[in-house]
Ligand binder design. Structure first.
Ligand SMILES: Nc1ncnc2c1ncn2[C@@H]1O[C@H](COP(=O)(O)OP(=O)(O)OP(=O)(O)O)[C@@H](O)[C@H]1O
Ligand SMILES: [Mg+2]
Length: 194
């Protein structure tokens, strides 16, 4: 998540869904970076409890990552957890929030990161208008399923290959890349691949 340490892990505990057992919660946040599960304590870089908002998660994870990118570092966010634990909710937000043009308090990390990225790019370009700064953003979406890679922007492209290049590093050969200039472009693509 940031340039000063390679990988950081944040745990988000989601609120109980309808129909889940009432009673004492099994997972409890006990400090800013630890949780207790059935009397065992586990420590991470940070812990967000059931009251955390999408904006809280963006401030903890997304904001530092955008600044990291603009400082020239590669960055990535990835969600891990069992089914129903809140990966899609955290990364994207509920589908209703994404169909909207304007920002929503329910937006997850990805739309928030793009919104911030575009506003920071505009800021940087205005600040250094004498230098003709040129930023290019493009998006790709892929699915890995049964060890096969499918291009979600062109699902006729199945079984794409992973290759390595001295300059570009590891990349997926022939994966579609679409240029994006505004949040609308991003949302249009996201709706297309959903
Ligand atoms: N922090 C949260 N606050 C409120 N609702 C949440 C939260 N996290 C998840 N949910 C809700 O819980 C349900 C499951 O979440 P989600 O679909 O994000 O899980 P998932 O990890 O993506 O599961 P899968 O692996 O099956 O795709 C959804 O209805 C989602 O809206
Ligand atoms: Mg999901």
């Amino acid at each position: 998540m940031s340039s000063d340490s390679g990988v950081q892990v944040l745990v988000r505990v989601r609120p109980p869904s309808k129909g889940e057992e009432e009673g004492d919660p099994i997972v409890e946040k006990i400090s800013s970076n630890s949780i207790s599960i059935l009397d065992h304590t586990f420590t991470f870089d940070s812990v967000a409890d059931t009251t955390s908002t999408q904006d809280d998660i963006f401030r903890l994870v997304g904001l530092p990552l955008v600044e990291n990118c603009l400082a020239g570092f590669n960055s990535s966010i990835f969600a891990y957890g069992q089914t129903g634990s809140g990966k899609t909710y955290t990364m994207w937000g509920p589908p209703s929030a994404l169909s909207e043009d304007s920002s929503s308090s329910e937006w997850g990390l990805t739309p928030r990161v793009f919104e911030r990225l575009f506003s920071r790019i505009n800021e940087e370009q205005a600040k250094h208008s004498d230098k003709q700064l040129n930023y290019q953003c493009h998006c790709s979406f892929l699915e890995i399923y049964n060890e096969q890679i499918t291009d979600l922007l062109d699902p006729t492209q199945k079984n794409l290959q992973i290759r390595e290049d001295v300059k570009a590093g590891i990349y997926v050969d022939c994966l579609t890349e679409e240029y994006v200039y505004t949040m609308k472009d991003v949302i249009r693509l996201v709706i297309k691949v959903h």
